[in-house]
Design a protein around this ligand. Structure first.
Ligand SMILES: *[C@@H]1O[C@H](CO)[C@@H](O)[C@H](O)[C@H]1NC(C)=O
Ligand SMILES: *[C@@H]1O[C@H](CO)[C@@H](O)[C@H](O)[C@H]1NC(C)=O
Length: 131
């Protein structure tokens, strides 16, 4: 369960397009988030285990690179730093995601977006709330 949740989180956040309105101006920001659970350099760690049979109650912390293209070797433009909690008793339904997206390139260098959202697995495309 945790494994599929992580993969899905990576895909969903990678597809996030931000639309910020300012004087009827809209900005679309596309990036790819690389969430790596295993190997020598995991970008996510489990910090609280679950006492239930399912993964309900588990807490994970991540620090994932954000890149311009889908390849991890493409230009690094920021990091996604935060946590997610398996907050639904049916762990296949949703996660609680809290994260900062920290940008490090060009006009967005130093800017952050804060996410506080339910990540639902019930729909083919998920939307995450930016606060
Ligand atoms: C949108 O923002 C850009 C950059 O600030 C500005 O040059 C442009 O005039 C704006 N367009 C509109 C329709 O407000
Ligand atoms: C981004 O901003 C930091 C802090 O001001 C600076 O050290 C860094 O060189 C900047 N990076 C780029 C790519 O401009």
């Amino acid at each position: 369960m945790a494994s599929s949740s992580l993969s899905l989180l990576a895909i969903l956040v990678a597809l996030l397009a931000l639309a910020a309105e300012a004087d009827k101006n809209t900005t679309h920001i596309h990036f790819f988030l690389h969430n790596n659970e295993g190997g020598l350099n995991p970008t996510v760690v489990k910090v609280v285990g679950s006492r239930s049979q399912s993964s309900f109650g588990g807490i994970y912390v991540f620090d994932d690179p954000l890149t311009e293209g889908p390849d991890l070797a493409s230009k690094l433009i920021g990091r996604a730093q935060g946590s997610y909690v398996v907050a639904a008793q049916d762990p296949s339904s949703a996660l609680l995601v809290t994260a900062n997206l920290v940008f490090t390139e060009r006009m967005y260098n130093g800017s952050t977006l804060a996410l506080l959202s339910r990540l639902s697995f019930d729909t083919p495309v998920a939307e995450l709330s930016v606060v």
